[in-house]
Design a protein around this ligand. Structure first.
Ligand code: ZN
Length: 289
């Protein structure tokens, strides 16, 4: 199987982005891998510290490895939002393909110093693992938020991006460009959409010269996502939209069969609901392929 670095380079040439979808159980993982297979596009499976804790770090790695063995399309595993070196090395030893080392909440200099150390430690375990660093403020929690946080002062500047990448030697950068983790109620209801700073993405790309990840993609305007890919975004994270679908699919499965207790008769509703989201997002991200 081609490595993530190769697939990223190819996606840059093709003008497409790789879909990154978070999972906390087998329902989500099944939906994500099936969508990639059906559309014949690569996907990245992501798991934050909390998601990894629930599924099991080595157990998730084993599940994704078994899917990789049966798949004709690349499926990668990313340790999303890792806040400590201990958790990063745990994922590296378990065989993850990529690690998001996120100390963006710390002051810039501290973030630079500790991310640089983490890159070195991870590459010592396995030089093929891609390390992503984060700067700027994109909020926390892939869930439904009551009100929008003010993230305007946490936007990433091109100069900061360049300095961060050069000093830390991260393989991938996650900037703050109008994106935000989680969704507002009005976004779930389809009344509002997130908007991105496309100009800023293009400037950061020119300055940093590395693959860029867009976090908090859920609820973003479709046209902005297309423009963001054209401006240099290579990986797009989706989590909250999948979680919303997971819940409504589960509710549908339970409501339609009020007396059913067999999990494999209830859970397929959740798989289908999540697949609807992952398929349509992958179609959008890979429109040029
Ligand atoms: Zn994220």
């Amino acid at each position: 199987m081609r490595g993530l670095r190769d697939v990223l380079e190819q996606s840059e040439k093709d003008g497409v982005a790789i879909g990154h979808f978070n999972v906390s159980d087998w329902v989500l993982l099944k939906a994500v891998s099936a969508s990639g297979q059906e559309l014949k596009v690569p996907v990245v499976v992501g798991a934050s510290e909390g998601e990894r804790e629930f599924v099991g770090v080595r157990q998730l790695a084993a599940l994704v490895r078994s899917l990789q063995e049966e798949s004709d399309c690349p499926i990668f595993l990313n340790a999303d939002h890792t806040h400590s070196l201990a958790k990063a090395t745990e994922a590296a030893w378990a065989g993850f393909d990529a690690i998001v080392f996120d100390l963006s909440a710390l002051p810039f200099e501290q973030n630079v110093r500790q991310t640089k150390e983490a890159v070195e430690a991870i590459k010592t375990i396995n030089p093929a693992i891609l390390v992503e660093g984060e700067i700027g403020d994109i909020g926390t929690g892939s869930e439904i938020h009551e009100r929008a946080p003010d993230l305007s002062r946490g936007l990433t500047s091109p100069a900061e991006a360049k300095q961060f990448v050069e000093s830390t030697r991260v393989d991938i950068l996650a900037p703050a460009v109008g994106n935000m983790h989680g969704m507002l109620k009005s976004m779930v209801q389809g009344q509002t959409r997130k908007r991105l700073d496309i100009q800023r993405i293009a400037e950061i790309k020119r300055a940093a010269r590395v693959p860029l990840t867009l976090h908090g993609g859920s609820g973003t305007d479709d046209e902005d996502l297309r423009k963001a890919i054209a401006a240099g975004i290579n990986i797009i994270h989706m989590n909250t939209e999948l979680r919303v679908a997971w819940r409504s699919g589960l509710q549908e499965g339970l409501a339609k069969q009020p007396h059913e207790v067999v999990p494999y008769k209830i859970l397929p509703f959740a798989v289908e609901a999540v697949k609807k989201v992952t398929r349509s997002r992958l179609q959008l991200f890979n429109a040029n392929r």
